[in-house]
Design a protein around this ligand. Structure first.
Ligand code: MF3
Ligand code: CO
Ligand code: CO
Length: 296
C-alpha cells in the first residue's frame, strides 16, 4: 500500500461511511476494502471513481455478457464472412440480452462493434469487406448492462495463419498476460506499461502510444489512462476497487499510426500487422480479477 493511501485507512467498521452514502462503513465501501477516504482521495487527486462491491458485481455481469457475445460470433469467424455480419450478430445478441452496444453512436461511431483487420490497429468499422484466409481480425465488444460498462477484445485467425500473424497474435496476448500478472495493490500504473513495453520490444515488436487503456464502469472511458509503455509521472498506486482496461496494441513493425479519412480506422503507418487483446479488470485485496475473463 502506498504512503498516500495508508494514512487514510483509519476508520472503524461501525462509523458512517465517509463516501457520503449514509450507510455504515462496514456495509458500504469496506465491502471491497475501500475506505471512503480513499474513494474521496482518488476522486480528488486523480478523478478516479473507485467501485464498491455492488458496482463490481454489476460490471462482472456485464462482462459475462460480453464474453457470451464472443462465444456467439466465434463460429462465424471464417473466410467469406463480411465484418458487417459480425456487427449484426453482436448488435442483435446484445439487445436480446437486455443490454446496449456501447460503440453505437459513441462520439458518432456508426456501428455496434469494432472489427480491425490485419494492419488496422483499432476502431475498424464493420463493412461489406469479406474476411479472407490468412487474415487476422480483432473484435472489440463493449456492452452496457443495467447502466454499467464492460469492454474486451480478442484477435482471431481466419483460416490458416501466416508465421507473421502467429507471431503478432502471440506477442500481443502475452503482453496482456504479463500486465495482468503484475496488478495488485501497492504496484503502480507505470508497472503495467513497463512489462508490456519490455516484452513487446524484446520480441522486436512495438507498442502503439496514441491509444491507451482506461478506467471503466460508470462510463465507457473514465480516468485513469492506462498507458502500455513507461512514461514519466505515471505513478498512481493501484488500490482495491480500481476498475480499468488493459488493451495493448502491438505492431509487428514500427509503432506509428495514422487515422483514415473515415475519421475512425487507425492503421499502422508501415502497413505491418497489428494485434490486440483487452480485458476489464478490477484491483482486489490480493491482486486482480478479470471482469471479462477468457483464457490467455
Ligand atoms: N472499445 C474501444 C476501447 O477499447 C473503444 C471503441 S470506441 C468506438 O476503448 F467508438 F469506436 F466504439
Ligand atoms: Co477499452
Ligand atoms: Co475495447
Amino acid at each position: 500500500m502506498s504512503e498516500d493511501s495508508s494514512k487514510f485507512m483509519m476508520i472503524s467498521r461501525n462509523d458512517p461511511c465517509s463516501c457520503g452514502s449514509g450507510k455504515k462503513y462496514k456495509k458500504c465501501c469496506s465491502a471491497t476494502g475501500i475506505p471512503g477516504e480513499l474513494t474521496d482521495l482518488y476522486w480528488r487527486k486523480y478523478q478516479i471513481r473507485l467501485k464498491n462491491e455492488s458496482d463490481i458485481s454489476a460490471i462482472r455481469q456485464c462482462g459475462a455478457l460480453v464474453i457470451k457475445t464472443f462465444k456467439e460470433i466465434e463460429p462465424y469467424l471464417k473466410p467469406g464472412i463480411a465484418t458487417d455480419e459480425i456487427n449484426t450478430i453482436v448488435h442483435e445478441f446484445t439487445i436480446k440480452n437486455g443490454a446496449t452496444p456501447a460503440p453505437l453512436g459513441y462520439r458518432g461511431y456508426p456501428k455496434s462493434v469494432c472489427t480491425s483487420v490485419n494492419e488496422v490497429i483499432c476502431h475498424g468499422i464493420p463493412s461489406n469487406r469479406k474476411l479472407e484466409n490468412g487474415d487476422i481480425i480483432n473484435v472489440d465488444i463493449t456492452s452496457i448492462l443495467n447502466g454499467y460498462y464492460a469492454d474486451a477484445n480478442q484477435t482471431y485467425f481466419i483460416g490458416t495463419p501466416s508465421a507473421d500473424a502467429q507471431k503478432i497474435v502471440s506477442v500481443s496476448k502475452q503482453c496482456l498476460k504479463e500486465a495482468a500478472s503484475v496488478v495488485r495493490p501497492g504496484c503502480y500504473l507505470n508497472d503495467i506499461g513497463r512489462v508490456i513495453q519490455k516484452y513487446a520490444e524484446s520480441q522486436g515488436c512495438s507498442v502503439v502510444r496514441e491509444f491507451v487503456g482506461h478506467g471503466i464502469g460508470y462510463e465507457f472511458h473514465e480516468a485513469p489512462q492506462v498507458l502500455h509503455y513507461v512514461a514519466q509521472g505515471n505513478d498512481i498506486p493501484l488500490v482495491p476497487g480500481m476498475v480499468f482496461t488493459i488493451e495493448p496494441m502491438i505492431n509487428l513493425g514500427k509503432r506509428e499510426s495514422r487515422v483514415l479519412s473515415d475519421g475512425w480506422t487507425v492503421v499502422t503507418q508501415d502497413g505491418s500487422l497489428s494485434a490486440q487483446f483487452e480485458q476489464t479488470i478490477v484491483v482486489t485485496e490480493s491482486g486482480m480479477e478479470s471482469l471479462t475473463p477468457y483464457e490467455l
